[in-house]
Design a protein around this ligand. Structure first.
Ligand code: MLT
Length: 225
């Protein structure tokens, strides 16, 4: 299968050498969804918001799933490679720095952001993962087999995990789609892989709350301003 382009909105900040906030919506959303939320992070960075290329009964997503919370990992790897290639191309076209991208993903968008961290550990400068799930079942093997030919096609990370990239995670204690123990295990995998993870469990469900926004804005300011 060939890579396809993704629909997107790009808003340059007008500031030289600005960072770019990469917005990745949840299932059934689109590239307009997270822009009001991104405005709460202040000004001075570019906004790049993507629409997932997969349709589930008309609902945009970033990769296929086989059931609720059961991912088509081969498609997830393919869509991650497709998205990263597209962003690299777009960086040249739109003139932003591909080395200064901070992902902000909700639910399905957080999951492709997590897959990007695991497959391209050097690509993102940071990531905000709201209501994430572990993208690959065997993420630890992915890490251990880094650079080896043992993993199935497309599941080999492109660089070592060693940059201590800051990652913000927020989970809902009453989120019916997520198992809290699995989320903790995912946070531990990222931490062991060398990411600087800040993990919050909130009294919330799957929907975002103002507390998610406030905690992530504070984290963003601490790490990137
Ligand atoms: C996913 O499929 O990525 C997760 O189940 C979250 C969702 O989109 O509902």
């Amino acid at each position: 299968m060939e890579f396809q382009r993704l629909k997107y909105i790009y808003e340059p900040s007008g500031v030289a050498a600005a960072k770019t906030l990469l917005l990745l919506h949840g299932t059934g959303g689109d590239e307009t969804d997270l822009i009001p939320l991104a405005r709460q992070f202040g000004k001075g960075f570019n906004i790049l918001s993507l629409r997932g290329n997969v349709s589930e009964g008309g609902m945009p997503r970033f990769f296929k799933r086989l059931g609720m919370g059961v991912f088509d990992e081969r498609d997830l790897a393919f869509r991650t490679h497709e998205m990263v290639a597209f962003i690299r191309e777009l960086a040249t076209k739109e003139g932003f720095d591909a080395g200064k991208i901070i992902a902000l993903g909700y639910s399905n968008g957080a999951n492709i952001a997590g897959s990007t961290l695991l497959l391209y550990p050097d690509f993102l400068a940071g990531a905000i993962l709201y209501r994430p799930m572990q993208p690959f079942k065997d993420a630890e093997a992915l890490q251990k087999n880094h650079g080896s030919a043992n993993m199935s096609d497309g599941l080999i990370a492109d660089t070592p995990y060693n940059r201590h990239v800051p990652v913000f995670m927020s989970n809902g204690a009453a989120d019916p789609t997520i198992n809290p123990a699995a989320t903790k295990a995912y946070a531990a995998i990222l931490t062991n892989a060398g990411f600087a993870v800040e993990d919050h469990t909130l009294q919330a469900g799957h929907n975002l709350t103002q507390q998610d926004v406030q905690l992530s804005v504070d984290w963003f300011k601490r790490n990137f301003e």
